[in-house]
Design a binder for this molecule. Sequence first.
Ligand SMILES: *Cc1c(COP(=O)(O)O)cnc(C)c1O
Length: 363
Amino acid sequence: MTVTNAPTPRPGILDIAPYVGGEAAGTVRLASNEGALGPSPRAVEAYRRMAGEIHRYPDGGSRALRDAIAARFDLDAARLVCGSGSDELIGLLVRAYAGPGDEVLYSEHGFLMYPIAAKSVGATPVTAPERGLKTDVDAMLARVTPRTRIVFIANPNNPTGSYLSADELGRLHAGLPSGTLLVVDAAYAEYVSRNDYASGRELVDRFDNVVMTRTFSKIFALGSLRLGWAYAPAAVADVLNRVRGPFNVSGAAQAAGVAALEDAEFLERSRVHNETWRSWFADAVTALGLTAHPSIGNFLLVDFKGQSAGKDDAEAARLFLKERGILVRQMQAYGLPSCLRVSIGTEAEMRKVAAALKDFLGK
Ligand SMILES: *Cc1c(COP(=O)(O)O)cnc(C)c1O
């Protein structure tokens, strides 16, 4: 059949390699950086309470949730915008601030949603090389052109786990033209306990061209509900509120989010659990002769480079783990084919994956 006048999408759309999420059909699911301990029981309870209300439209302004976020993090609720996951907010920012002919800059091993969002509006994704799997501020600044509309930096970055210090982030911002938007994607901020770390909020408070995005999908473990938020200058928050759907966050997600924020004890337990088992797992894979790249998130990038006798093959390791029902993330799409990204799970899960890697390596 010859189709001559079939509808065609705008330029750039068919260049998108669709985002492939972590596999989910396994017993040990460590491929999507979901919070190891699951959600707070209070969040689950709040979600259940909404069951009788699902015929009602949600509050389109997510007022109670924004108030709860503002109170918890000491922010101005008027400059918070909630979204259906931070992915939605990333997409909306790109849609509102970039288009054909514009460039969207991110670092070499940065989060894959940035180029996907850029291409979806016909903008050109541009990458800057990293140094030792870390964003190189000078390389980023060297790639800024008059067409650069948005610079994305995940801090810490997924999948590398590395981060820019407050000083480095400030230097990146200082080198950008005032008309270029810096988006600091702080999806893992709640896991971080480093004095020199900055989530970007201080920059949002001081400048008109910085936005911080956050999510309830990682430490709060509400990925299925799709809930994220942005803290932005008033003018950018206004723009996001114009382009977002009027009811972009479900009522159940809003209620669960409020309850999750109230459970500070659960949050702290999740953070401590992550530090304990991330450090344990890093030691375990190092003892096996693998390289665990330093990470401040809830995942570790494990490098098989340098292994002998075919054991340098991350993909073979991934398939070996999968046979045992253990799912981890392959990294080809991030340009890191010798690595696997392993989310930090429960104690039992971390012991299982470490034992399976030991067997894979024949040690
Ligand atoms: C997981 C992740 C997100 C997306 O989270 P959602 O809120 O679930 O859309 C955003 N940025 C980075 C760097 C992530 O790893």
